[in-house]
Design a protein around this ligand. Structure first.
Ligand code: SF4
Ligand code: ZN
Ligand code: ZN
Length: 307
């Protein structure tokens, strides 16, 4: 049997071996053409949703995982001014390993990596957990939102980019539709515009699947953290991903059709009805945006006797 030929090689009179099958797009690609295809697709996503331009200063939130590291590398390949932000949560072993991958990539691409160390800022997550009734992930989410926005604004960045991929977005969309979480649905979009003290937030990998993202990072030989965070309990999100993967295998293209259909048909209607949040105030202690008199980070600091 003759081996399959790369869809793009066929048109360019080259013949590299096929390494990636993308049934959703009816493509069989060699490594070189897969990497080019992915960079082009991300560049198109950035332009389509008006995420940023070459004049912007981009801060990429890097966790040490495949998506955020791959995204950071890819943006620099496309010629964007992109630095990284790593929040060291102080999770034993996990944080040290993931931080080392973020630092290695920063060195390789010659860009700045800002590091916020929770052990000196507040406390490592395991210690913080003893002072809060919130589950670790909810605490972690609050910390990330607070520091990402604050650092990016203080250091003069204009856009914050995160590595959410298509599978993440589709799993959230599926869950929001299943429960008709209209409030969440109205906020689910690849771009959240800047609003007052909040920076613009973008998800350039929203049309890239988890598999495509992993291959990009692996083909570029970027080491990344493989074990899950020990606090990870995304049971329902994993279950949603499993169901969606089954649908995708039966009918390739289901995920991208579902997601882009939402962005095209429902999201604009939801945005039309959206009201601006008038309850926003500024924390009396740190001055960061909050909906209460004192923001949750300062409240935690007070509880822990750090203020
Ligand atoms: Fe944070 Fe939870 Fe993710 Fe761990 S699994 S990094 S605690 S959000
Ligand atoms: Zn090829
Ligand atoms: Zn505060």
């Amino acid at each position: 049997m003759t081996p399959p030929k790369c869809t793009i090689c066929k048109t360019q009179n080259t013949a590299f071996p096929v390494q990636v099958l993308l049934p959703s797009y009816n493509l069989k690609l060699c490594q070189k053409h897969f990497l080019e295809w992915m960079e082009k697709r991300v560049a198109e996503t950035i332009a389509k949703y008006h995420m940023f331009t070459k004049n912007d200063k981009i801060l990429v939130a890097v966790s040490g995982g495949k998506d955020s590291l791959g995204l950071w590398f890819l943006l620099t390949q496309l010629g964007y001014e992109a630095d990284g932000l790593y929040i060291d949560l102080g999770i034993p072993e996990y944080s040290a390993e993931s931080k080392s991958y973020a630092s290695k990539l920063a060195e390789r691409i010659g860009r700045t990596l800002h590091i916020v160390d929770m052990a000196t800022e507040l406390a490592p997550i395991p210690e913080m957990k003893q002072w809060s009734r919130k589950p670790a992930c909810s605490l972690c989410g609050t910390i990330k939102r607070y520091y990402m926005n604050r650092i990016a604004r203080e250091k003069g960045y204009t856009v914050l980019a995160t590595g959410h991929n298509l599978d993440d977005e589709v799993a959230v969309l599926w869950n929001n539709v299943m429960h008709w979480n209209m409030d969440y649905l109205s906020k689910q979009y690849p771009v959240l515009p800047a609003e007052g003290p909040f920076l613009k937030k973008v998800k350039p990998l929203c049309r890239i699947s988890e598999k495509e993202s992993a291959l990009y990072t692996i083909f570029h030989k970027i080491p990344y953290i493989k074990p899950e965070c020990p606090y990870s309990t995304h049971a329902s999100s994993l279950e949603n991903k499993r169901i969606l993967q089954q649908l995708e295998e039966e009918k390739p293209g289901t995920k991208i059709t579902f997601y882009t259909g939402f962005l095209k048909n429902l999201a604009p209607l939801l945005h039309k009805n959206e009201k601006t949040d008038s309850s926003l105030a500024f924390c009396k202690i740190c001055g960061e945006p909050t909906t209460t008199e004192i923001c949750s980070i300062c409240q935690l600091k007070q509880k822990m006797g750090k203020l």
